[in-house]
Write a protein that binds this ligand. Structure first.
Ligand code: RIB
Length: 312
């Protein structure tokens, strides 16, 4: 097994409500099902990377409460290093209300980070020894921006390559682009951050150039069923998605699956396009299952999908 991956992000309990349509303003109606499970983008990414085969270290804060216990049990069960998962008494663990429209597959999510909002930049200094040991450092934007930025800075000064998944989209300080070796927005995030529409591969190519001009080394824009667009100084390539047809059940957490699988593949030393295909396969399997963290596939399943389909 290669060196570990350190992931900074949040854990929240996902409260998922499934119904045939979304509620209208002021409306109450009876839905189809409810499930409580582990979520949060960074935590989902950690589970995806771990199940894909990576040694994984997660950095966050949770409360000393039932959802916090759920987080600690998840990391113990999955074999994720939780040395830098701080349990704090003064705030509750966060939660996400996820509404899934079973007819269209669309979702709408409200996330309250709770205890993870208590992360401060100095916490990343405390985690420096752990980050310095890692093959890659990955962060997303559910933690406060200054915390995310300090994480990238700590990684860079220790020579650890960085992956920034700018999800959910937020305005970023200019310096953050130059601190990002890999930048992995989806089409919505890319559009918001680049200030241009990103619906086609051609538009993704233009958005990728915007991010490179701002200082990113390698841009990977995920485009859902249209695959991913990859651009750096040497490569400009569209990577098609895996077609899972009518097996698709729920797309919540697909981006987390992609990023976890992608980070693992990079840490294993795979070439960039192979790493993107590995991430795509991880996401493709995750959408055939319900939930977020529980939907993440294991290495043998990803390998099987990669072996069974040649999308290049
Ligand atoms: O990307 C999906 C995740 O976003 C969910 O698990 C939810 O918790 C939100 O953070």
């Amino acid at each position: 097994m290669s060196k570990p991956i350190s992931i900074l992000g949040i854990f929240v309990a996902d409260l998922t409500f499934r119904s045939n349509r979304m509620p209208r303003q002021g409306e109450t109606f009876i839905g189809n099902s409810f499930k409580l499970g582990p979520g949060g983008k960074g935590s989902n990414q950690a589970v995806a990377a771990r199940r894909a085969g990576a040694k994984t270290m997660f950095i966050t804060k949770v409360g000393k409460d039932t959802f916090g216990e759920m987080a600690m049990k998840l990391y113990a069960d999955e074999g994720i290093n939780s040395e830098f998962v701080w349990e704090i008494p003064k705030n509750s663990t966060g939660a996400a209300a996820i509404m899934v429209n079973e007819e269209s597959g669309d979702n709408a999510i409200i996330v309250v980070p709770g205890a993870a909002d208590e992360l401060v930049p100095d916490d990343l200094e405390d985690a420096e020894a752990g980050i310095a040991e890692c093959a890659y450092f990955m962060a997303s934007l559910e933690v406060p921006i200054p915390v995310m930025q300090r994480g990238l800075e700590v990684a860079k000064r220790n020579g650890v390559p960085t992956i920034l998944n700018p999800a959910p989209a937020a305005i970023l300080p200019d310096e953050v682009y130059g601190l990002s070796d890999y930048f992995t927005p989806n089409e919505t995030e890319a559009s918001m951050l680049a200030g241009i529409p990103v619906e086609t591969v051609e538009q993704a190519r233009d958005a990728a150039k915007v991010f490179m001009d701002r200082g990113v080394d390698t841009v990977v824009i995920t485009l859902g069923e249209n695959g991913a667009y990859v651009r750096n100084s040497e490569i400009r390539q569209h990577v098609p998605a895996f077609d899972m047809g009518d097996k698709v059940l729920e797309t919540t957490g697909a981006g987390d699956a992609f990023n976890g699988g992608f980070a693992h593949a990079l840490a294993e030393g795979m070439p960039l396009i192979d790493a993107v295909r590995f991430g795509s396969a991880t996401a493709a399997i995750s959408v055939t299952r319900l939930g977020t963290a529980p939907a993440m596939p294991y290495n043998n399943e990803i390998q099987q999908l990669l072996d069974s389909q040649n999308t290049q």
